[in-house]
Design a protein around this ligand. Structure first.
Ligand SMILES: NC(=O)c1ccc[n+]([C@@H]2O[C@H](COP(=O)([O-])OP(=O)(O)OC[C@H]3O[C@@H](n4cnc5c(N)ncnc54)[C@H](OP(=O)(O)O)[C@@H]3O)[C@@H](O)[C@H]2O)c1
Length: 317
């Protein structure tokens, strides 16, 4: 690979895709290509194949997916399963048939069984049943991992899957209906602050333990996978920094400078008590998260304040 290699970033306007684009540009990669979903619907096999066979990228990063929180996952299991499978199948098949040198598939930690031991190791994949609330999404992602692994094993190609922990950062989704916990909290504290430091009510007890990674660090893991041939088919990508939801809320409150009360509504469910990835495989190869959580939240809040009028509304159906 060199800095002129053609790299197609599928989903380049999303949180992960745009971070990968930004980091590659900053490193001097000059030949990046991307298409919005209205220019190229990745669910359409013919259009995808036409695009890949015309452009012949050397590398494809698959950061395109239908993503969403628990509400969206629960309400639209059919769409989460079929759309994600179509998007990834079209990209992976086309990459294989057009002899793309490297394919990087992005999944999520929800591919691991609900009751798997913590921290989650790559080898726990398919050892037990999944968390039912996002089963469709997880099954789609597992099938993407397996498709890349099959091509890797059968044809010796450099197709690899990276499973990030909870990500946050610039271009995150701050729409309450579909967002993840960190951006939703950040927006809540901000709105409460400007509303005379009104109290903020949060779901659950605050006790669950979680791991978060700034999306810029995730993008650097993708660059690491571009610049190195990784020896295995699947890698966890996380910060290995564990924090309770309560500590997360207090950190965000401090960054936002909200001075009101936090109310924990423990009539609402807590979710899994602990979710932490074992990132030692990727760490041992040389990639490590660089940005601590408080710094990352500050960066995200700055981005939020600068882009508050452009906060996206994510459609649910
Ligand atoms: N966010 C997280 O915390 C997190 C954690 C772990 C893993 N990941 C993984 O990282 C990947 C990217 O997530 P993200 O958070 O960056 O999501 P995102 O911000 O919602 O971006 C998703 C991108 O996918 C594109 N897309 C969706 N459907 C498409 C279609 N039919 N045709 C073409 N493009 C389509 C969208 O393109 P347009 O903007 O052009 O519509 C969008 O840019 C996903 O695979 C996700 O599983 C994310």
């Amino acid at each position: 690979m060199n800095k002129e290699s053609k790299i197609y970033i599928a989903g380049h306007r999303g949180m992960v895709g745009s971070a990968v684009w930004r980091v590659l540009r900053n490193l001097g990669y000059t030949n990046l290509i991307g298409k919005t979903s209205s220019e190229l619907d990745l669910r359409n096999e013919l259009s995808v194949d036409e695009f890949i066979s015309m452009e012949k990228p050397a590398i494809i990063i698959d950061a395109a997916a239908r993503v969403g929180g628990i509400v969206a996952n629960n309400k639209f299991p059919y769409q989460f399963l079929i759309e994600n499978m179509r998007i990834q199948n079209n990209l992976i098949q086309s990459a294989h048939e057009n002899n793309v040198d490297k394919f990087i598939f992005l999944g999520s930690s929800c591919i691991y069984p609900k009751m798997a031991p913590q921290p989650l190791k790559e080898e726990y994949l398919l050892t037990d049943t999944l968390e039912p609330t996002n089963e469709s999404y997880a099954i789609a992602k597992i099938s993407g991992v397996k498709l890349c692994q099959a091509i890797r094993n059968q044809y010796g190609k450099d197709f690899v899957s990276l499973m990030p922990t909870n990500l946050y950062g610039s271009f995150d989704n701050f729409d309450y209906e579909t967002s993840h916990v960190l951006p939703a909290m950040l927006r809540k504290f901000h709105e409460a602050k400007i509303n005379n430091n009104a109290p903020v009510t949060l779901w659950g007890s605050g006790r669950p333990m979680r791991e978060f990674l700034l999306v810029d660090d995730m993008a650097k893991a993708v660059v690491f996978a571009i610049e190195n041939k990784l020896p295995e088919y699947l890698y966890n990508i996380g910060s290995s920094m564990e924090i309770s939801i309560k500590e997360l809320a207090e950190t965000i409150q401090k960054v936002v400078k909200h001075q009101g009360e936090i109310i924990w509504d423990d009539s609402k469910p807590d979710g899994t008590p602990r979710k932490l990835m074992d990132n030692s495989k990727m760490n041992n190869l040389g990639w490590k998260a660089e940005v601590d959580l408080t710094t990352g939240i500050k960066m995200t809040y700055d981005w939020f304040l600068e882009n508050i009028d452009k906060i996206r509304k994510v459609k649910l159906d």
